[in-house]
Design a binder for this molecule. Structure first.
Ligand code: SAM
Length: 236
């Protein structure tokens, strides 16, 4: 008989990513920060004693935006151009049995908020409000495998676009007193070219918007000259 087991989230994570569009495809591609707050009352200071001895943590979470969506045994990963089909279990697809995701992130510090712990982490690829079902320390001797390889995803995706701020965006950075960290986050997110795979590296008239924190960042691709000194993605 197949056993079933119910799992309940233990925490939620606050991230700058207010919509799925633009979220990096894996952790640590962008130094986006997240704040983990426990929702299970049994988990507080006692449960995280010693956690600062680990530089990185595994976050196991639910792809909660897909809980009502079906999954298929085969998927077309964007990494393979979006045309080739491979087995769902050979990928990190977000449409999968049990909707469980896993991301390794850097633990920056433990803060206190209303006397409750908040874990500040960096490198997240999660939507704001994603339910976390478990947190485990990243243990280098076991989790980092020197001879590991992945023909499907050999290395981190390279920056595809050179991002420049339009004069209007420069002005908004000034008037809203936006931090260098936030501007870097915006640039790093756009460098990955969040558009659908078939549009990547193509010029496109459309003006796109991405919600990051409380800002709607609008941008477009005006040329795809690989010369990094050319301006191809002004942010307005
Ligand atoms: N590192 C994780 C893994 O391998 O399980 C996630 C990889 S998955 C390819 C990353 C994508 O998940 C993001 O680009 C975003 O589109 C999507 N995503 C993030 N949070 C989500 C959520 N709560 N529900 C559904 N999709 C989400």
């Amino acid at each position: 008989m197949i056993q079933t087991h119910t799992i309940a989230p233990i925490a939620t994570i606050q991230t700058p990513f207010k919509e799925k569009f633009g979220i990096p495809r894996q952790p640590n591609l962008v130094a986006a920060q997240g704040r983990l707050r426990f929702t299970n009352p049994k988990l507080s200071w006692d449960a995280i004693k010693g956690i600062e001895q680990h530089s990185h943590l595994w976050l196991l979470f639910l792809f909660d935006q897909h809980l009502d969506k079906d999954w298929k045994p085969q998927v077309r990963p964007p990494r393979l151009g979006g045309n080739e089909k491979v087995g769902v279990l050979a990928t990190r697809s977000t449409f999968r049995p049990n909707n469980i995701g896993m991301s390794v992130v850097r633990l920056l510090k433990v803060e206190s908020e209303n006397n409750q712990p908040v874990l500040l982490v960096e490198g997240v690829d999660l939507l704001d409000g994603t339910p976390i079902v478990d947190i485990k320390p990243y243990i280098p001797y076991a989790d980092s495998i020197e001879c590991a390889s992945s023909e499907m995803a050999e290395s981190a995706p390279e920056a595809l676009l050179n991002v420049v701020l339009s004069p209007l965006a420069e002005q908004k950075v000034e008037t809203h007193h936006l931090s260098d960290t936030f501007v870097t986050l915006v640039k790093k997110v756009l460098e990955q070219d969040p558009r659908p795979t078939y549009k990547r590296t193509k010029v496109d008239d459309k003006i796109y918007g991405i919600l990051l924190d409380e800002y709607n960042i609008t941008w477009r691709v005006i040329n795809c000259d690989p010369n990094p000194s050319s301006e191809n993605t002004p942010i307005t």
